[in-house]
Design a protein around this ligand. Sequence first.
Ligand SMILES: [Zn+2]
Ligand SMILES: [Zn+2]
Length: 167
Amino acid sequence: MKQLKASKGQIFAFEKLEDWGHLTSKGRPLEYTRPVHMKGDAHYRDGIVYVRVQITTEIEVECSRCLKLISQSVQLAESLEFQEEPETGLQGVLLDEFSYEYGAEELELMAYFEKLIAASLEIKPLCNADCRGLCPTCGQNLNQGSCTCTQKRSKDPRLGKLKELLP
Ligand SMILES: [Zn+2]
Ligand SMILES: [Zn+2]
């Protein structure tokens, strides 16, 4: 930060490979299956810290249909701008998500990078585009074979009746 401020406009490149263990997304821990690779640069101008970053990693998520654990690769490129708080601002209370305390000597970027990763995850990941999911009745993983309830259901004569009644 000091270095950034001391040399206005100068671009500082960074590259890091870190093991983060797990990411907490929607209150649940997700394991990283690969270290987080961050590469980018930062520069400072008129109170604003500009950061460009490319993040590559891999995270273990659950298939939204069958709950099987799958690795989801994360590849994102973002530009962030961090604004300095006014001198008179409340100490320790940030006005904006992308702001830093007046006179701050460090900018903790990792927390922002984690948020970017969490936001990039698919809402409904699938192990396979045609994953058959779990049987809602017995919980059997239908990718591994059908369960007896589906057979029972299709043989159920009442269902046939119901079909007749439907237009
Ligand atoms: Zn699945
Ligand atoms: Zn079943």
